[in-house]
Design a binder for this molecule. Structure first.
Ligand SMILES: NC(=O)c1ccc[n+]([C@@H]2O[C@H](COP(=O)([O-])OP(=O)(O)OC[C@H]3O[C@@H](n4cnc5c(N)ncnc54)[C@H](OP(=O)(O)O)[C@@H]3O)[C@@H](O)[C@H]2O)c1
Length: 302
């Protein structure tokens, strides 16, 4: 067995051969990772908050350890003997504190590598700014690292286009002619698994990942074609949109974040397209047509 000796408090610590600890595995992209990591025959440990719920999502034959990003002690325990930390967690007003706990625990445990899912770190909004600061903390801590920076998940449409469950229109404050490159979370999982499997080939890299760029008018055309209905997109002023999502119960910190992201999107900041999926996984990015086809029931009245 390959053995790495990590000095820790004057002791030598055995490290499992390339054991990968994964956070956020029950989430939008994470839930697609398990089968992909198994296909690469990687040795994994999933850090989850609720083991019973996670077992239901991830299946029976996975190594689960209970840990919470808000609880540093649970992370120290869960990362013992881990070679690589894959760090991913959902939007939160305390994202930076939560992921800082994980980074510090990884350093304390002697992890050799951190792969972090960030997003577009160039946007002047709270979540991207937290990701940018976290990336810098990882660079400064001296471990090997790779950053994944996917653009707008297609699953955001499950929220943006939730109106299609009731009728033929969906609404947001993004201008109708502005294009956004949308990424299928399954492509994010493919890229993540490849990077975790290929180990040091990706050291020091930050990959901006996208699918094709299209406007919400073009998204409406794709919905119409796939669902065989006449679907339209309505754009509204940001203050009207704020009222709408406040009534839907979106927390104020998330509204503040999204208003900034909408302003940035309106200037075309999310229109860029990259070849990361093709170049690294060898697959062409999944199209919006495929995504809608695979989620048709979610957009179809009961
Ligand atoms: N949405 C986009 O368009 C987009 C684009 C690019 C990047 N991103 C980034 O992708 C990341 C994931 O975002 P998402 O909205 O898709 O969320 P998500 O992956 O669905 O995230 C939720 C995951 O985080 C876990 N988690 C939350 N709080 C935790 C805690 N305190 N301790 C341990 N685990 C915790 C959840 O576990 P439980 O099952 O226990 O709740 C779940 O597995 C974010 O960092 C976001 O900035 C998003």
């Amino acid at each position: 067995m390959h053995r790495e000796l990590i000095p820790k408090l004057g002791m030598e610590q055995d490290m499992n051969e390339h054991l990968i600890a994964i956070t956020g595995a029950t989430g939008v992209t994470g839930q697609h990772l398990t089968t992909r990591l198994k296909a690469h025959s990687l040795k994994t440990r999933y850090l989850v908050r609720d083991a019973e719920r996670a077992r239901g999502i991830l299946g029976e034959n996975v190594d689960l350890v209970t840990a919470d990003l808000d609880d540093r002690i649970s992370l120290d325990r869960a990362l013992e003997g881990v070679h690589t930390l894959y760090l991913n967690s959902g939007h939160s007003p305390v994202l930076e504190e939560q992921q800082t706990n994980a980074i510090e625990a990884a350093v304390n445990a002697g992890c050799a590598r951190i792969v972090k899912l960030s997003g577009n770190i160039d946007s002047p909004a709270p979540i991207p700014e937290a990701h940018k600061a976290l990336e810098q903390k990882i660079v400064n801590c001296g471990t090997r690292y790779t950053f994944l920076r996917p653009n707008f998940y297609m699953t955001n449409l499950l929220y943006v286009a939730a109106g299609l469950k009731e009728g033929d229109r969906f609404t947001s404050a993004i201008p109708r002619d502005v294009t956004i490159s949308m990424t299928d979370p399954r492509d994010v999982a493919d890229l993540t698994a490849t990077i975790l499997a290929e180990d040091d080939k990706h050291d020091g890299q930050g990959y901006y990942q996208t699918g094709a760029a299209l406007s919400l008018d073009q998204a409406a055309e794709t919905f119409s074609k796939v669902l065989n209905r006449d679907i339209r997109y309505d754009t509204v002023d940001v203050d009207i949109w704020e009222d709408m999502v406040t009534k839907r119960g979106l927390p104020s910190w998330l509204i503040e974040h999204q208003v900034k992201m909408i302003g940035f999107a309106a200037n075309g900041a999310y229109s860029y397209v990259t070849n990361a999926t093709q170049d690294i996984t060898g697959n062409t990015p999944r199209t919006l047509e495929t995504f809608i086809t695979d989620h048709a029931a979610t957009f179809t009245p009961a």
